[in-house]
Design a protein around this ligand. Structure first.
Ligand SMILES: *Cc1c(COP(=O)(O)O)cnc(C)c1O
Length: 470
């Protein structure tokens, strides 16, 4: 989020409220003056009151376990927490100072290369990032650089590179295109198709296309895009035109679901056209926020000149990243989770999320008021809307009323050409048990009579903008 200090002077100058108990021996000691809110306090204060003030303020943040909007991990084992706190002081970039942390990163890359069927795991390249967004920036840059190398005679000076994707992409791809000056060519939704179709994608391709992004696990409804069909359509396009267009798979969520639950879905490096893949370690990778992964199938897919070698820290190690310094704890936690769960452990965790999602979908559908768009059969996500005969309330009313009971279930409108469609989305992830799902269903059932008795939908459009884009 982008912030600025409050505009109202009274609000800006209001000091923090301090409980006299927060002082140490004398209740007022060290707390004679309430600390300012938006200015750096002049004097230091003792650690206890400082801790208590920050702690109390954060109590008002939501309960992350009831947040069904986010894909991001909200529960890890205490052992993972201990390992992470042991590594809080480790800087990921300092690979010479922390060679073992760097080695664990390397092992994670190797495990993912193997999981995603890199043809020769020794040849695959990859790195950790702060999340999928950074990973997508890196993958997008590699695509753009490969294209500019091939088109030296036309760029710069005339040709404008473009990237083809479905309109359902996560906002990071719009950022990539804007920040790196690439035209975003988006396939709109059509009828019951809520993501890209291979034919529509190929129609947008030309000699200036740096790549096509396929999403394994659409943010809008949790559906998988047809990556294998997309690659086949691009093979045929190459036969017709001679243009060889690489595919990047945004597997932010699905990169850690499909290998375990859908081994027969071919979407990864088994497809020669797939040049690179990203995933969010902090989504279905099951690690607390702050880690993502980017992998390239081989050295040819990642132009050498994008990799920087720095020697200021001693040693000379190649890096490909947007940031320089970065915490090492998340990478350690990812390695711990890989080691702890193994393939079968991941399969069991993801299967139980899928079971919860399917169970919820079935029972919500049985209530009669809702039409399911997805039922947790791909990502453990369900998207649903009201049936046409429901006129007393809409999805925004449902979201608002559930929020009053502590549940965060976002409602949002679909993009072009389905702006007429608004849905609710529930993301099931590790920690959202079938017991919690029962409580949610109970609350939804309780709310329905009052919703059905409304004269018309009541949620003001101002309240409708619930963020869902995680
Ligand atoms: C969440 C998500 C992203 C962004 O990932 P972060 O790890 O939050 O930066 C990108 N693409 C898709 C499909 C996502 O679901």
């Amino acid at each position: 989020m982008l912030h600025h200090p409050p505009e109202d002077a009274r609000e800006r100058d209001k000091p923090l409220a301090v409980n006299p108990f927060f002082g140490e021996a004398d209740p007022l000691d060290g707390m004679r003056e309430a600390p300012p809110r938006h200015r750096l306090p002049r004097e230091p204060m003792a650690p206890h009151p400082a801790y208590q003030l920050v702690h109390d303020e954060l109590m008002l943040d939501g309960n992350a376990r009831l947040n069904l909007a986010t894909f991001v991990t909200t529960w890890m084992e205490p052992q993972a927490g201990v390992l992470m706190s042991e590594c809080l002081d480790k800087n990921m970039i300092d690979k010479d100072e922390y060679p073992r942390t760097a080695e664990l990163e390397r092992r994670c890359v190797a495990m993912l290369a193997d999981l995603w069927h890199a043809p020769d795991a020794r040849d695959a390249m990859g790195c950790s990032t702060t999340g999928s967004s950074e990973a997508c920036m890196l993958a997008g840059m590699a695509l753009k650089r490969r294209w500019t190398r091939k088109n030296k005679d036309r760029y710069p000076g005339g040709a404008r590179p473009n990237l083809v994707m479905g309109i359902n992409v996560q906002v990071c791809w719009e950022k990539f295109c804007d920040f790196w000056e690439v035209e975003a060519r988006q396939v709109p939704m059509e009828g019951e198709r809520y993501h890209l179709s291979p034919e529509a994608a190929v129609e947008l391709c030309d000699e200036n296309t740096i790549g096509v992004v396929g999403i394994l696990g659409s943010t809008f409804d949790g559906s998988y895009e047809p990556i294998a069909d997309l690659c086949a359509a691009l093979d045929a396009f190459q036969e017709r035109t001679g243009l060889d267009i690489p595919v990047h798979v945004d597997g932010a969520s699905g990169g850690m679901i499909a290998p375990f639950l859908d081994p027969d879905v071919v979407w990864d490096f088994r497809l020669p056209r797939v040049a690179s893949i990203n995933t969010s370690g902090h989504k279905y990778g099951l690690v607390y926020p702050g880690v993502g992964w980017a992998l390239w199938r081989d050295k040819a897919a990642l132009p050498e000149e994008l990799v920087f070698r720095v020697n200021y820290l001693g040693g000379e190690l190649p890096t490909f990243a947007l940031n320089f310094s970065r915490p090492g704890a998340q990478v350690v936690a990812q390695y711990y989770t890989f080691l702890r769960l193994g393939f079968e452990g991941y399969r069991a965790v993801q299967q139980s999320s899928r079971d919860v999602a399917r169970g919820l979908a079935e029972r919500i559908e049985a209530m009669g008021d809702f039409r399911m768009l997805t039922r947790g059969d791909e990502l453990p996500v369900l998207a649903f809307t009201t049936t046409p005969d429901v006129t007393a309330y809409d999805v925004f009313d449902v979201s608002r009323r559930l929020r009053e009971r502590g549940w965060l279930v976002p409602a949002y409108t679909f993009p072009k050409n389905r702006e007429d469609l608004s849905v609710l989305r529930i993301v099931c992830r590790n920690g959202f048990s079938s017991d919690l799902a029962d409580l949610l269903l109970g609350d939804l059932e309780d709310l329905l009579p009052a919703l059905r008795a409304q004269p018309h939908p009541v949620t003001h459009s101002r309240e409708r903008a619930t963020a869902f884009h995680h």
